[in-house]
Design a binder for this molecule. Structure first.
Ligand code: AMP
Length: 298
């Protein structure tokens, strides 16, 4: 496993691997690696025969007052995790000056529309920070495939749109959300939770599960508000949970839906504060898929 910290060395490595006919995968991360990241690496190993994991806490995607300084950093621990996992060719861990020599980006990549719902209005500028850094990482690591988690569902949809619309020639592979034994989605931010908050945090997964059941069980058109109501009821079971948004939107356009009809692909999503810690969870569901699955079994 090679450690690379400069843009130039990364591009040379990628060019050489491409010239040797290898298929390259990139797994972009901000480090503090957990089982979710490991699942992405395992997928990358299936997709390609040259795997780069980038570790970069990207200042451009944090808003003022967000947790940039507090964000957990543990490069040594991350390198151990990746060594143990095996099959990683390169760890690309550039310092911020290498990625942003002028201090802050002066060239941005932005996707419109998809950023106006869910997390977008609550984290102004966040997604343009993400699309900009992923563009830079793609240009430096030159992957054939980029591997991302569906846990960050909105980010996933935005990145797919970016790569398609701007003809990046990079495939976007999605990995289902990995969870702790009690259902809580793995996240580097779970480290911020107090013991009491941690005990109540699985309520997000319960709300997602409730939404999944209702949507997958759709046999006739139903108001999305009914699903949102059930999600909110599930969250209300945790006294420390303060929902920021709870929504059902179209899976591709991320626009709010009023009704859910069998066959429709939707995303049930939420952001919830526990104290200062903001957690998200969500699920892509095809309405009526449960009914279809049962028909198949009959
Ligand atoms: P981060 O380090 O939080 O920027 O995440 C890096 C990548 O890991 C992103 O593509 C995330 O969507 C993905 N990821 C984070 N948590 C999970 C999880 N619990 N399951 C699957 N993927 C995840």
């Amino acid at each position: 496993m090679k450690m690379i910290q400069t843009a130039e060395a990364m591009q040379s490595e990628a060019d050489e691997a491409r010239r040797a006919g290898r298929r390259l995968a990139l797994v972009p991360t901000m480090g503090a690696l957990h089982d979710g990241h490991c699942a992405l690496v395992r997928r990358a190993k299936k997709e390609a025969d040259h795997v780069t994991v980038s570790i970069f806490v990207n200042p451009a995607q944090f808003g003022p007052g967000e947790d940039l300084d507090a964000y957990p950093r543990d490069l040594d621990g991350d390198l151990d995790t990746l060594e143990t996992l095996g099959g990683v060719d390169v760890v690309f861990a550039p310092p911020a000056e290498e990625m942003y020599p002028l201090g802050a980006p002066q060239a941005w990549v932005e996707v419109e529309g998809l950023v106006d719902t869910l997390n977008g209005p609550h984290r102004p500028g966040h997604f343009r920070g993400v699309t900009t850094v992923v563009t830079k990482l793609f240009h430096l690591c030159r992957p054939h495939v980029g591997v991302f988690g569906e846990k960050d569902a909105q980010q996933f949809v935005i990145l797919r749109r970016m790569t398609e619309e701007l003809h990046f020639g990079v495939e976007i592979a999605g990995v289902p959300t990995q969870r702790e034994a009690d259902g809580l989605a793995c996240s580097s931010r779970n480290e911020y939770l107090s013991q009491e908050e941690r005990a109540q945090a699985p309520v997000l997964a319960e709300a997602v599960c409730a939404a999944h059941g209702l949507i997958a069980g759709t046999t006739e058109e139903q108001p999305a508000e009914a699903v949102v109501g059930q999600m909110r009821d599930a969250l209300a079971e945790a006294p420390l949970a303060e929902p920021q948004y709870v929504a059902v939107v179209g899976a591709r356009d991320l626009q709010p839906v009023e009704t859910i009809a069998p066959g429709q692909d939707v995303l049930a999503a939420m952001a919830v504060f526990f104290g200062d810690t903001r957690l998200i969870d969500n699920a892509f569901v095809t309405a009526g898929s449960q009914e279809e699955a049962e028909k198949g079994e009959r």
